[in-house]
Design a protein around this ligand. Structure first.
Ligand code: PLP
Length: 388
């Protein structure tokens, strides 16, 4: 069976070029980047090259990049590193748990947290950000692109509000990096998070951009790695992989490959909506990253759909996650105003650099037939169909 992977917002396959770039650092190039001998010098040079590539993707200086173990650590570093007891932070209800839970934890230590609502397209209103400012506000953290809907926030406008108020602005760009151009100067952010495994580098590596002059407290204590912003021996193969993936992502964006991805995504979206009734796009009407579409198929169970499609060789994900043994509807979809049953009936399709047109054709055959089959089995759908 040819397996089709349309769950690239969960994780992406490592590109062959990325894997080849990393390979020597698992073998002959094994040095600790802090060692001063030949082995260390070689890996140090590789880490610094990778830093340049990541900086080029984000439009910043290499010295402003801090390598981390991934997006979660970078989000936590940005939040816990910039605020403390007595400070106020403004964030939004659709943030990744890496941000929401970091804020929740800090609340227990005396930080005040405002969680802003979103509209039906999952957009934060910049006017709400402005209204939420207090004299004690130290940080605004609003994501650039949402992992479930792909919706892009008005980060430049929020950056302006932060600058006018003289507060820090952090944006989680994990789902934006490599998909849309990013320029930290235009966003006017002080910190920005990326994660390797969402842009075809390996899992377990990420980076935080920290604007020059921004004082950030480290999360852990140890050596003076990463200019004392992140202690711990560098994950050299991972960092080299992230650097190569950043370079390839920048080249692809410069070539306009994102438009090809958007065209495939749009064909998938339109094809599904043309064939399936009682379905709609979550976040419709808002600007989105080019690879994502999230659709609610009323009267189906998203988990059953994911399993049925997986049996046919198509990998997607649902707007519900298993937490403590129960299926919880996604906090993002609920924050947008979906009913819990609609959130549970939502499926996210996310394309990657490896996605080809034939796979979209195949998905367009599989999805409508699977929805029809699940609805046939659903007594609720039949009852509704008879009564209308
Ligand atoms: N932020 C967003 C928006 C994400 O989608 C993810 C991963 O799903 C993360 C943060 C966490 O990144 P990582 O998996 O590298 O810890």
């Amino acid at each position: 069976m040819h397996r089709i992977y349309l769950d690239n917002n969960a994780t992406t396959p490592v590109l062959p070029e990325v894997f080849e770039a990393m390979r020597p650092y698992f073998g002959e190039q094994f040095g600790n980047a802090s060692s001063i001998h030949h082995h260390g010098q070689h890996t140090r040079a590789a880490v610094e090259d990778a830093r340049e590539s990541v900086a080029a993707l984000l439009g910043c200086r290499a010295s402003e990049i801090v390598f981390t173990s991934g997006g979660t650590e970078a989000d936590n570093l940005a939040i816990a590193g910039l605020i403390g007891a007595g400070d106020h932070v403004i964030t939004s209800s659709i943030e990744h748990h890496a941000v929401l839970m970091a804020c929740k934890h800090l609340e227990e230590t005396g930080v005040e947290v405002t969680v802003l609502p979103v509209d039906g397209r999952s957009l934060v209103d910049p006017a709400d950000v402005r209204r939420a400012l207090r004299p004690s506000t130290k940080l605004i953290s609003v994501m650039m692109a949402n992992n479930e809907t792909g919706v892009l926030q008005s980060v430049e406008e929020i950056g302006k509000i932060a600058a006018q108020a003289g507060v820090y602005f952090h944006t989680d760009a994990v789902q934006a990096a490599g998909k849309v151009p990013i320029d930290v100067k235009r966003i006017a952010c002080h910190a920005l998070t990326i994660s390797g495994h969402k842009l075809h580098a390996p899992q377990g590596v990420g980076a935080l951009y920290v604007k020059k002059g921004t004082r950030i407290a480290p999360l852990f204590y140890g050596g003076r790695h990463e200019r004392s912003r992140r202690a711990g021996t560098e994950n050299v193969p991972g960092i080299v992989g992230l650097g190569k993936a950043a370079q390839l992502a920048k080249e692809a964006l410069d070539r306009g490959d994102d438009k090809k991805t958007a065209a495939m995504r749009d064909r998938l979206q339109q094809g599904i909506l043309a064939q399936v009734e009682d379905a709609g796009v979550n976040g419709d009407g808002a600007a989105r990253v080019p690879n994502t579409v999230n659709i609610h198929f009323d009267h189906i169970d998203g988990e059953a759909m994911v399993i049925a499609l997986d049996l046919k060789g198509l990998a997607v994900s649902t707007g519900a996650a298993c937490s403590s043994g129960a299926i919880e509807p996604s906090h993002v979809l609920i924050a947008m105003g979906l009913r819990p049953d609609q959130a549970r009936a939502s499926i996210r399709f996310s394309l990657g650099k490896q996605t080809v047109a034939e796979e979209i054709d195949h998905a367009l055959r599989l999805v409508p037939e699977t929805v029809a089959r699940l609805r046939e089995l659903s007594p609720r759908y039949k009852r509704q169909a008879v009564s209308t």
